[in-house]
Design a binder for this molecule. Sequence first.
Ligand SMILES: Nc1ncnc2c1ncn2[C@@H]1O[C@H](COP(=O)(O)OP(=O)(O)OP(=O)(O)O)[C@@H](O)[C@H]1O
Ligand SMILES: [Mg+2]
Length: 356
Amino acid sequence: MAKKKVVKFKESVGLDLGTHSIKLVHLRKLHSGFKLLNYEIKPTIPEGLEYTPSDLSPDRYAPVLNGMFKSLKINPKKVKHLVSSIGGDNTSIKQIKTIFLPEEELESALFFEAKKHLPISGSDMLLDYQVLNIEERTNNMNILLAATTKDLLDEHSKILSDAGVAPGIVDIESLAVANSFALNSYVEEGIYIILNLGAHKTNMVIYGPQAKFFSRDIPFGGYSFTREIMKSNNLGFEQAEEYKKEHGIVKEEKEGESSSLLALNIAEKSTAEQIVMEVKRSLRFYVKEAGNSDFRKILLTGGSAKVKGLPLYIEENLNIPVEIYNPFSSLEMPEKFKDKQDPQLALALGLAMRPE
Ligand SMILES: Nc1ncnc2c1ncn2[C@@H]1O[C@H](COP(=O)(O)OP(=O)(O)OP(=O)(O)O)[C@@H](O)[C@H]1O
Ligand SMILES: [Mg+2]
């Protein structure tokens, strides 16, 4: 049998192109584990600028990305292992069960399955799958189906090539979120919920070594928190953004008053409430579908994991311990990075750590 060529990478770059910011993590592979060489977080929207999400153009990425490679002194042409991700509406991932099928039949059968299970239209769909295991007793196969559209992948590749980067490996965002946790933390059992709180969405991922994989995007994130603060405190976008970074959703403590959550005067639900409601709904669905409710922890990642008061709010409303996830806990860190372990980098780090 011909030997498979295994390319061993020495250095890797993980690239998370978020709606709001680009996160880049540069790692060196060690004999066992990784060392952080460098990282950077750069907004793609000028700080403080009030914007409408639908007006954002994909052209904004390449110049920012180019600048990041320059400031980190990385020659993108020399990076052998570059991993980035795509996410959002036109990506989907789902664990399904089928009867045992030989490899030759699997792909076409899965294409039909995927059409049933995934909210992506047929002709434009790109499909990938991974056989997780074959159940001994029933001979059924558990399969992870991942799908996206050709248009989305083309748009993503264009951003990278405009910045002088070869696309390399492209992963689905929610799978990479799970990886950033799975590759960094050793857990044998139980179910973990990861909430990657971005600017416009929150990737919710349910992961456990023995548990059924689940993911969905909740359409709320940092942008909604800022909008809410604008309304409730009568502030402009820039001031609201600053207020959010300083106080989060905890009201300023006044004398004789204990701190409480920002309250809107209108009957609208707050962003924190909406997120909790959606997580609850998904957990209920998961328990019903997977028959397992062994939830151990909720781990928060993403820029909006830093919203003060949010971790406690989620913990109190879902009754599951909440932790801001430190993605760097198992990495070798140079002294200068020791105090900069930022949950906003979790996804980029998960991408950089991805095996070939
Ligand atoms: N210290 C902080 N406190 C509160 N919010 C913060 C802080 N730092 C960043 N943010 C918020 O985090 C968000 C950006 O996070 P992140 O980089 O994870 O999003 P993104 O990946 O660009 O967006 P998306 O995942 O929705 O595409 C912004 O809304 C920003 O205001
Ligand atoms: Mg993001």
